[in-house]
Design a protein. Structure first.
Length: 407
């Protein structure tokens, strides 16, 4: 006998859940049977009471229920969570083998059936971001379990840092904050800075102050694709952040790389990373607004670069701003296309799931027409497989990455 409260939902909500989407929105709930507190487990049922799934409820959120399981036999005790954690780790060890497993995303929220929960591994440190109340209430069980499983496999984990300094937590009724998670009987590391090696390139990662959880892991293999064609090229890496694409291009044998970012701190870190990896003699770092710099180069009729990389931040974080974002993407891509000589290369991407694939492709077509160039596609890629795309959850499909040759 199941004794969870029942949430009856609309036909529209039922179609979404049956189709594999794990969110039930507030307006899709028609009535509730039983008493509950926010964060509790509840059953989601059809208007006729047929079982659809079980998940965390939160009346503070637009996402009223985040479904965990559609199996009536599941019992949500510690053993259930340990199996699910082990399943996620086994998947990463398969798709991110060897040294890649030491620097990857271990848990990717809904794609791993841990709604609103992200865990990134940076060598000996885990960084955790919790964006749902249900996971927040269970983290004191989950985090030690995860550390135990990793150490059982011989992995060295010295500390766990929480990066909950994101406003989206307020929508769940949670407070913002960051700091070390206290593992029982252990003293947290003295520093939030650790060293990682990705694609043979060494970086220092500050898990306390770095963007997101400290580093952008999702472009790992896209950076390799840039390195493969960079040999002998003069490269302009726009929105470089801490220089990851630029460093991969330099390691790939680029004649020279210019890395550009508007942030002074990002530029400082890029310089340090270039020196650390022995490529400072072939890398220049420029602090500038990318849009303004591209305009300046166009006005000067520059032909200094035969490979341009565009890795901008997400220009849109909602459906309401997609039109403006499309204009921004089109602007920088058209400018880059105009700067490239015939035979030059362009790597370009978007990291917003609201910028759908078809919109991004249409934008690139329009930019090419207005730049009076033809594009020959070399590669079309997505995020690395440690950020798996769950086909029935479009929110997990967010990164579009293309490499073209201008012909």
């Amino acid at each position: 006998m199941r004794n969870y409260p029942k949430f009856y939902i609309t036909k529209k909500g039922e179609r979404a859940v049956r189709g594999g989407h794990p969110w039930v929105y507030g307006e899709e709930v028609t009535r509730v049977e039983g008493r509950y507190a926010n964060g509790d487990l509840v059953d989601v049922v059809t208007d006729k009471g047929k079982y659809l799934g079980t998940g965390f409820v939160n009346d503070n959120s637009k996402i009223r229920v985040r479904i965990l399981s559609t199996n009536t036999n599941d019992r949500f005790e510690e053993a259930f969570w340990e199996r699910r954690l082990q399943y996620a780790l086994d998947y990463r060890k398969t798709v991110m083998p060897g040294d890649d497993f030491k620097c990857c995303r271990l848990i990717f929220g809904e794609a791993d059936q841990f709604p609103g929960w992200t865990v990134d591994r940076y060598n000996d440190l885990l960084v955790i971001q919790t964006l749902s109340l249900g996971m927040e209430q269970r983290k004191h069980m989950l985090i030690p379990l995860l550390v135990k499983l990793l150490r059982k496999d011989g992995e060295t984990i010295t500390g766990v840092y929480e990066r909950n300094d994101v406003k989206i937590r307020l929508l769940e009724g949670l407070e913002e904050g960051k700091g070390w998670f206290a593992l029982e009987g252990e003293v947290p590391p003295a520093s939030p800075v650790t060293t990682i090696c990705e694609n043979g390139i060494v970086y220092e990662v500050d898990v306390e102050n770095g963007q997101k959880t400290g580093f952008f892991l999702d472009q790992k293999y896209n950076r390799q694709s840039v390195a493969r064609i960079a040999k002998g090229k003069h490269v302009l890496d726009c929105f470089t952040h801490t220089g990851s694409f630029a460093l991969n291009a330099a390691k790939g044998g680029a004649a020279h790389v210019t890395a550009v970012d508007v942030s002074g701190e990002a530029c400082r870190m890029t310089v340090l990373n270039a020196e650390k990896n022995g490529v400072a003699d072939r890398m220049g770092v420029v602090q500038a607004d990318v849009f303004a710099l591209l305009d300046k180069l166009e006005a000067e009729h520059s032909r200094d670069y035969d490979f341009i990389i565009l890795d901008p931040p997400a220009f849109t974080k909602s459906r309401k701003t997609v039109r403006n974002a499309t204009a921004g993407y089109k602007d920088i891509n058209m400018k880059a296309m105009k700067l490239l000589p015939r035979g030059g290369y362009l790597a370009t991407c978007s990291c917003s799931h609201f910028m759908k694939e078809e919109l991004f492709v249409e934008m690139l077509h329009e930019a090419a027409v207005e730049a009076h160039v033809q594009l020959r596609q070399i590669e079309a890629r997505q995020q690395a497989p440690d950020h798996p795309v769950l086909w029935n959850v479009p929110e997990t499909n967010y990164l579009k990455f293309y490499i073209f040759q201008v012909v």
